[in-house]
Design a protein around this ligand. Sequence first.
Ligand code: HEM
Length: 365
Amino acid sequence: MAAGLTAGCTSDSARPGRHAPARGATPVPVPATGRHQAGITLPQPAQPHLLAVVADLGAAVAPGPLLADLGQAISTLTAGTDRRLLGLPPGDLTVTVGVGPRLVRTAGASLPGAADLPRFSRERIAPRARGGDLLLQICASDALLLPVVAAALLDQAGDRIRERWRQSAHRGAHVSVGNGLTAPRNPLGFLDGIVGPHTAAEQRRDLWLDGPPAVAGGTLAVVRRMELDLPRFAALSVAEQEAVFGRRRTSGVPLSGGTAASGPALGAKTPDGRYLVPADAHVRRAHATVVGVGLMLRRSYSTDEPAPGLLFISFQNDLRTFTATLTHMDASDALLPFTTTTAGATFLILPGFDRRHPLGSRLFG
Ligand code: HEM
């Protein structure tokens, strides 16, 4: 799954897809400051390379000064003025910072982001790869930047943090799916990231936290590394693969017809009474209306190491959007038997920052 939808050039502009740079064009810088952090709705489409670093804070470390330092480093790194970039042009570099439930609870037990991610089926997660205090999501068009920027941020944090796990991941070319939307393919060959909160109104409703003030403008991230059984999926016929998802592999069009962007007609049946989108198809089991939740912004990337799969990343303003969806999928989703989750965590993505409001200052100031 992944999200890749293109939504305009600012998070508040409406229609997806219009400003996608041509592949190979010089990447357009993405402002690090603003109401929301970069790397969620911007840039559009998402950059092709990602490195996620998850770390813990030392027991006596105050989160406020650490986050302010990281925000300052993000400003100089994205501006290209940080000598730790070693002269590399930052291009469309974004760094998105989240804090884990343990830290959020120190600021308020009932704040969004204070709850841990529950356990689900088909997990094989080592203790080290479950949870964490700090997420650094680094994205860029230039893959060379990722370890350099990670090293600079870890240098900035010094011995205040201890790295737990990291994952690099990539996404292929975006394909137009109509309605001004684009999405990349995932390692199973399917277009991934079609459905999500793409308009400004949907983002206000389902993506951004609107309060309390300490978190307004932030959102909640779920990050899960899912290994995929590619040989077993590839052994299926194309029709069987399409039945797993409920969409056509080439075009992303739902098995109920229409266009990729129009969404599946879940009630549509064959003349002999069978659902065109099978009962256990992923798009039915994960459908927001069926589950009774809001839309999640999926912005996933494909992995190679330690195994082929997906680094599933979703952003939503209610953790239940994710947990209720996966619970509904757990009961019977034809996709799940092809997956094993080997890392997982949730983070409160801090509101955006600027010179006057350092990163994290509204939560830990
Ligand atoms: C490796 C695992 C996964 C893969 C390969 C995958 C792939 C896909 C694909 C190809 C689609 C259809 C196109 C689209 O709308 O993007 C889709 C839809 C969706 N997926 Fe996943 N997905 C995975 C796991 C998950 C998980 C863990 C969740 C959340 C718990 C999830 C939530 C959704 C949602 C909400 C939709 C939109 C359904 C709709 O309204 O049509 N997916 N996924």
